[in-house]
Write a protein that binds this ligand. Structure first.
Ligand code: SR1
Ligand code: MG
Length: 402
């Protein structure tokens, strides 16, 4: 009998016992551990053996979410995350952390410690730039997305994956927080920056045309089982250093539209841009916009190449299909970049890039830019294909606000 035979939420001393009992660390290790979790959902510990310097990360799912004790979500999310990281390691080796083990009882996984990397959101808030980022993230997206679709997979195997990674509770969070509440505050948990209250009312709560388009986008999210998506691909889900990029935290993963991941990435680079504008750091802002252009254009280029190399479905080989398919993915990318821009500005889960802007007028400006650019992406989504198209919308929103 072990005390880890029944689930409980571990504290630091429990984690120290846990890694020894489960043989991730030797019995005589001199362990120290620190809770380093920064997300809204889970508890994350870094455990180091001071004798050898060896370290691991232990991530455990709690029954209640960190962001709100009232929100309860199945701890199975930790199983989904571990299994997906193992699949993604196969498709995109070196671009995700390595998983050492997953425990279905304690709902905990033990994985590679990436403490030599920085969390991308915080690094961007320090206005650091990453020359490998566009190359790495575009490879990650093409390999994890296109290679899990019906285009490249045997269809029954793909349907098995859809079944294995059905993720109703985490999807419900996205359906509510991203694709419903920002447009009506129906659960009264939006957080609107008071100087923008009138703007939000007019541009979001009273815009019926926008709401109709978001309704269509919401149903596409729920019904387009296109690829095994990460489901929460923001800059807080990425570790970076100058020569390395690692995507983690895919607990929102399920079979959904590829554009959801790509669009989230675009929006989160715009949040970094907002922070740069507020600080007057033009060189950094230029880098963020260039990163959007390169990420999307490299994605397009690698996608077309990968499609030719790995396509198995006979009808998908029909001339014209590949270009139509990519065009629809870019349209979805615009749609979900728009919903991410808007929900992180007025919804319950916001981003520090914007909320920490100290000057009130500059924060007002950043939030309005996000909302106007987001609306452009959503309403005119069929007009966004290249990286340059996406950046032009940021500049259009800025011009309106001048
Ligand atoms: C209740 S969870 C709030 C947000 O945090 C996660 O990272 C997802 O983005 C989710 O929408
Ligand atoms: Mg997360």
């Amino acid at each position: 009998m072990s005390r880890f035979d029944t689930y409980f939420l571990m504290k630091t001393p429990d984690v120290l016992d846990y890694v020894k009992e489960k043989a991730y660390m030797p019995a005589d290790a001199a362990l120290i551990a620190k809770e380093i979790g920064d997300g809204n959902l889970n508890y994350v510990y870094r455990v180091v053996d001071e004798k050898t310097g060896k370290s691991v990360i232990v991530k455990q799912a709690g029954v209640a979410l960190r962001i709100s004790a009232a929100m309860k979500v199945s701890t199975d999310r930790n199983r989904i995350e571990s299994e997906i990281l193992q699949i993604q390691w196969k498709y995109a080796p070196g671009l995700v952390p390595q998983i050492y083990g997953y425990d279905t009882v304690m709902c905990a996984c033990v994985m590679e410690d990436l403490s030599d990397h920085a969390l991308m959101r915080y690094a961007l808030m320090r206005h650091e730039t990453f020359p490998r980022f566009a190359e790495d993230i575009s490879t990650y997206m093409v390999n994890t997305l296109l290679k899990t679709t019906d285009v490249t997979m045997e269809h029954k195997a793909k349907k098995d994956m859809v079944k294995r990674f059905i993720n109703p509770e985490l999807c419900e969070i996205t359906e509510d927080l991203v694709l419903t509440e920002p447009y009506n505050d129906c659960n009264q948990r939006n957080i609107v920056f008071p100087p923008n209250a009138e703007f939000v009312k007019r541009e979001l709560y009273e815009d019926k045309t926008l709401q109709l388009e978001v309704a269509k986008i919401k149903f596409a999210f729920m019904n387009n089982a296109q690829a095994l998506i990460h489901g929460d691909l923001h800059t807080g889900s990425i570790f970076v250093k100058q020569d390395s990029t690692r995507v983690f935290d895919p607990e929102f993963a399920f079979y959904g539209p590829m554009g959801y991941d790509i669009g989230n990435m675009v929006a989160n680079l715009i949040f970094a841009y907002d922070n740069g504008i507020a600080a007057g750091d033009t060189a950094f802002c230029d880098w963020t916009l260039q990163a959007i252009i390169e990420t999307l254009n490299l994605f397009r280029e690698k996608f077309l190449k990968c499609f030719d190399e790995y396509v198995t479905d006979r009808m998908a080989k029909t001339p014209g299909f590949k270009d139509w398919y990519l065009a629809s993915i870019m349209e979805d990318t615009a749609a979900y970049a728009g919903t991410e821009l808007i929900r992180r500005t007025v919804g319950m889960a916001q981003v520090k890039d914007v909320t920490t802007i100290p000057d009130e007028d500059k924060r007002v400006y950043a939030e309005r830019l996000n909302i106007l650019c987001g609306k452009d992406y959503i309403i005119n989504r069929d007009a966004f294909q290249t990286g340059e198209d996406f950046v032009a919308a940021v500049k259009r929103a800025a011009a309106v606000l001048q």
